[in-house]
Design a protein around this ligand. Structure first.
Ligand SMILES: [Zn+2]
Ligand SMILES: [Zn+2]
Length: 352
């Protein structure tokens, strides 16, 4: 392995406005408790698209100059003191929610609930770069022979697994709203867990086709009527047992609540940009359960993902495009369209 250089290429949000610039910046130095990772591949996430286009969320949240990006696979090239067990050469990813380790939730083993969470590539410099520093407490070791696209997708795959495991799905009918990458990744997980049927609703024909390829039992257009017809066609006129909201569309939660059966359960991962109105009288009288879902259980969900990958369930099946990091502009344009699954930017080859 070559020596670590002093400068690196990085995609930088250098001002409060749209766009990202490929720049030469200093390679960061790992502090006590941190490792330095050479980034091999990164995924482009909806969060990164918001930072790129400078959405109202990004304007409230991001403090330029900073390096976004949180979905990656890389190799440790240096480990500072107090990084127990991590050594150069290991293939790693990381939990992008960097938690405090000290609050009531962290100390109870519920780090995913930490109110002090800082997001990799959001609240601290991320991985759209040739190198990144990470706290060892957030690092996840992959088996050295894991497929690199699979490893790159562990962050969004974790969202999918976390949402898909909120309720027992064995023999249940499940409706998924949104066939973006995370909705698509949830389909084979639900099938592996022996859901009775998985119906996926999305307005994009391209994405509905991807949902079929991922193993959806049926697909339909978005909205309560197409979902209700899909439930009837399955022989469940009373509605679905479980709903997973993966789109963030303001109408999607209402469509799911209207088409789950009495006593139905809905997990909500999608983030609408604005508050949405909800019929709480219906939730109350039909005894529905609504469960918010964010991030991944640290590291419970990661162990589940490793087991799923061992069982042949791979999130890499939603990767539709690879780009060199120098082609970032093209990649971001395509990622913002609905004619792509997951896009990967490559930064380095392994072991070089
Ligand atoms: Zn992400
Ligand atoms: Zn905490």
């Amino acid at each position: 392995m070559n020596a670590v250089p002093t400068t690196m290429a990085a995609l930088v949000k250098d001002h409060a406005g749209p766009g990202l610039e490929l720049r030469k910046v200093p390679v960061p130095r790992p502090a006590v408790g941190e490792v330095l990772v050479k980034i091999l591949r990164t995924g482009i996430c909806g969060t990164d698209l918001q930072i790129h286009r400078w959405s109202s969320w990004a304007q409230r949240t991001i403090d330029p100059p900073m390096i976004p990006g949180h979905e990656f696979v890389g190799e440790i090239v240096a480990a500072a003191a107090e990084t127990g067990g991590f050594v150069p050469g290991q293939l790693v990813g990381a939990e992008g929610h960097i938690v405090c380790g000290r609050c009531r939730h962290c100390r109870a083993g519920d780090g995913h609930l930490c109110p002090e969470t800082r997001g990799l590539g959001v609240g601290r410099d991320g991985v759209f770069a040739e190198y990144a520093t990470l706290p060892a407490t957030a690092v996840w070791r992959h088996p050295p022979d894991i497929d690199l696209d699979t490893a790159t997708m562990f962050d969004p795959f974790g969202n999918a697994v976390h949402a898909a495991t909120q309720f027992p799905v064995l023999d249940q009918t499940v409706a998924v709203t949104g066939a973006g990458p995370i909705g698509l990744m949830a389909i084979p997980v639900l099938q592996h867990l022996h859901a009775r049927a998985v119906v996926v609703a999305d307005p994009s024909e391209f994405r509905r086709d991807l949902a079929i390829k991922q193993g959806a039992s049926a697909v339909c257009l978005a909205g309560p009527e197409p979902l209700a017809s899909a439930a009837k066609e399955l022989g469940c006129p009373e509605g679905f047992d479980i709903g997973l909201e993966m789109s963030g569309h303001p109408d999607a939660l209402g469509a799911l609540l209207a088409t789950v059966a009495t006593g139905g359960r809905v997990a909500v991962l999608g983030l609408p940009a604005q508050a949405v109105r909800t019929d709480w009288a219906d939730i109350s009288t039909r005894m529905l359960t609504v469960q918010g879902v964010s991030g991944r259980r640290i590291f419970h969900t990661w162990h589940q993902m490793a087991a799923l990958v061992d069982a042949g369930i791979t999130p890499a099946s939603v990767v539709t495009h690879h780009f060199a990091h120098t082609d970032h502009a093209t990649a971001f344009d395509l990622a913002a369209s609905t004619s792509a699954g997951k896009l990967i930017l490559t930064w380095s080859e392994r072991g070089r």
